[in-house]
Write a protein that binds this ligand. Structure first.
Ligand SMILES: [Zn+2]
Length: 199
C-alpha cells in the first residue's frame, strides 16, 4: 500500500513521467511543491498551462513562439539570404547560443526515418519550398544531425533543392575544441581530414 495520500501520489506519478526524473526525485519535487508557498504552486501550474495553451509555432520558420512570428523572424538584424535548416527547436537554440549565425532558420520538426514511419510528408519540407519561392535565400545550411536519419534528410533535401539553384552547405564534422586526436573515432577523424580548412 502506498503510504502517501492519493493527492500527492498523483503529483508524484505525473512528475516521474518527466524525462530523467525517477520516482525518488519526483517524490522530493512533490514535497517541495507541497511545502512551498501557495503563490509558487499557482505560478507553476499557470506556467504549465500557458505552455500548452499559448505556445505555438512561428508561421514562417516553425520555431516555438509566443506570437505569430518568432523574435528571430521579426528581427531586422537577421540576414534573410542565409537559411539554416534544423531538425528541432532545441537544435536552433544550440546554434543560436553560439552567437555565430546571423541568418534565419527553418525547423523541420524531425528527420526522415522510414523505420519509425517518418516520411518527408510529416516534416515541414513543403513549407520550406514555399518559403524559397518568396524569400531572397541564396544559401541553405543543412544542419540536420550527422546520424543516419539526419543524413538521409539532408540528401533528400539536396535532391529536391537542386532546381532552386541555391548554394547548399552542411555543418563541418571534426575534432571537438580541446579534443585529442589519438582518442577521436576513425569516422570523425576521416571526416575532419576531408573537411580540413586552410590555416
Ligand atoms: Zn520564426
Amino acid at each position: 500500500m502506498d503510504p502517501y495520500p492519493k493527492t500527492i501520489v498523483r503529483l508524484i506519478d505525473l512528475l516521474s513521467d518527466l524525462p530523467g526524473i525517477g520516482r525518488k526525485s519526483a517524490t522530493r519535487m512533490a514535497f517541495y511543491i507541497l511545502h512551498a508557498s501557495r503563490q509558487y504552486g499557482d505560478n507553476l501550474s499557470d506556467a504549465i498551462k500557458a505552455v500548452k495553451e499559448n505556445l505555438r509555432l512561428c508561421k514562417k520558420c516553425f520555431n516555438l513562439s509566443d506570437d505569430e512570428l518568432c523574435p528571430i523572424c521579426r528581427s531586422p538584424k537577421r540576414d534573410p539570404h542565409i537559411l539554416c535548416v534544423v531538425e528541432d527547436p532545441n537544435d536552433l537554440i544550440a546554434i543560436e547560443q553560439t552567437g555565430a549565425f546571423h541568418g534565419l532558420y527553418h525547423v523541420l520538426h524531425g528527420s526522415i526515418d522510414p523505420l519509425q514511419g517518418m516520411g518527408p510528408e510529416k516534416l515541414k519540407i513543403e513549407e520550406l519550398f514555399e518559403r524559397l519561392r518568396h524569400e531572397p535565400v541564396s544559401e541553405i545550411i543543412l544542419a540536420t544531425n550527422p546520424n543516419a536519419s539526419g543524413t538521409a534528410t539532408a540528401l533528400y533535401l539536396q535532391k529536391r533543392l537542386q532546381p532552386f539553384n541555391i548554394k547548399l552547405t552542411r555543418l563541418a564534422q571534426g575534432i571537438p575544441v580541446g579534443g585529442d586526436i589519438e582518442f577521436i573515432d576513425t569516422q570523425t577523424l576521416s571526416a575532419s581530414l576531408r573537411q580540413r580548412t586552410e590555416f
